[in-house]
Design a protein around this ligand. Sequence first.
Ligand code: HEM
Length: 578
Amino acid sequence: MPKSTVVGRRLVHRHRVCCFTNKEALSHGSLSLSHTHTHTHTHRHTGTDTGADHLFSLLSRRKEGADKTHCMVKMLGRSLMNVGLRVKCQQLKGIQRVTAGLNPANYGDILRREAASTSTVMGVNKMKTMDDLGGPSFMTTLYWLFIKGYFQTTQQMQIEHSKIYGPLWKSKYGPLVVVNVASADMIEQVLRQEGKHPIRTDMPHWRNYRELRNQAHGPLTEMGAKWQRIRSILNPRMLKPKHVSSYANTINEVVSDFICRVNWLRETSGQGVMVNDLTAELYKFAFEGICSVLFETRMGCMNEVIPEKTQKFIVSVGEMFHLSQVVILFPQFLWPYLKSWKRFVAAWDHLFKVAEELVNKKIEEIQENVHLDKDVEGAYLTHLLLSEQMSSTEILGSITELLLAGVDTVSNSYTAPSFPIPKINLFVSIFPEPLNKNRFPLYKNNPLPLTLDRDTVIGKQFYFFYSTSNFYIADSGARWLRGGEDKSKHHPFGSVPFGFGIRACLGRRVAELEMHLLLSRVRTSVPNANDAPCLLIKKQLLPTQQCTLALSRACKATVSSLAQAAEWIVIKATRLYI
Ligand code: HEM
């Protein structure tokens, strides 16, 4: 088979037309992607698969408003952070004494290496079973959620529960049992136990849709060796800095348009100074940014009037996330009879339809260029289409999931660490779920001081807290200082915003690029930005370059990493004063 090679962003063809993997699609422009599907999905879960999704549905904070784009802002940040791992079970005891030994007050004093070693910290004979673990019952949890009103602020509920039950406790959500871990040391142990194919919490409704419509799974929903294969194909152009940096021009164009839009909004509806609904604007920015990278096309989100088609696409994304939480509350056999399920399927249909149109458009463009004997240039999608590694349907499945993963996480990150940021905390919830034991290898070590049934799958859900931590010392910037006195007290697993290990965020580099470009350019392009009552970045941010962050209500801090700077993004609440 003739090949095409990629040199930087330029594709150089050794041969024409037939150099494509999906040559049928490319040589017959009208071919619909869904017709090329040859994928089969063998991973089907047994047992209480729906539990984890049920949980993250319950735990997801969600604002429901007229604008559906707001509905999904909180959801994916949670669901993306679900990953899975399995632990080998042992019948051991002693959790109370062990958790006392891991009192948060002592975290800073515990050597990190020791913390990473299960046996040294926990003591093999000090473990208890799941049954021995304390925590609220299902009824108590319902009381907290709906009577005490923590449904919208479940992170806060976890904070309260950690005060009552200590750093390790069990919560019940119907059939689902969740182990909450509120200790950076133990979190480190959990995260370091990942095997070859870590799995995140199953998403049976997402997977069910794909099977119903014969669509391919993407990196979010795929598991095992198939997941690994997908990641190995998607990773290089998403994570390697040399490739990611080539998206800078594309993203910069979106940033330019964002700044224009922000200025226009300030003039037309903000008395010359204010952006009233910043969350929605950041959402649109993230959407436009990720679409421009993935589909190599602009969606018009930065226009004064957003195209109807784009608006409908955004609404469908919000609708899908919203209904995701509803559908999962019901047993799977009832789904076909639910109105919500039908709407859920319709929303997915629309997402796949639009994504398919965009992919087909790109195929046609490539074809045209090939027929005209032009060099085919392009970025992510072009590369995937030409790389001969995935079928068109697989590309569609992956691109659609990347898009969903990349929208609200990015937009939410600008506003999440609301100012001031005295401390950061992280909780991990573990969802034990039964799984076919032959599918994944067992872990040799038990990372936590409790036992779980053999073949238990643990999905993790991370929560980040910016106000009640013992992992970070209280400060207003000192934690970013290199070599500072308190540096040793910062636990490396106190904050892992992009996850950890081989199943960590696929879009991390792109997300960082988007955030850094936006921040630095808002700072340098918007008049009077110095007067903002929130975090300002004094110098253009460049990787590894030292820069000064000026905090109008706090201090000045020097940081040497953009990833750290990103956490300082404080465009507060829903209003941006610039
Ligand atoms: C600030 C923005 C973002 C944050 C904070 C974030 C965070 C995360 C986290 C915590 C995970 C789970 C990692 C783990 O389980 O260990 C994840 C997974 C993922 N993220 Fe992101 N993400 C962001 C942006 C993006 C973007 C822009 C994309 C797409 C280009 C993306 C695509 C994905 C995908 C596909 C996964 C699933 C990976 C897998 O299961 O193999 N993310 N993200």
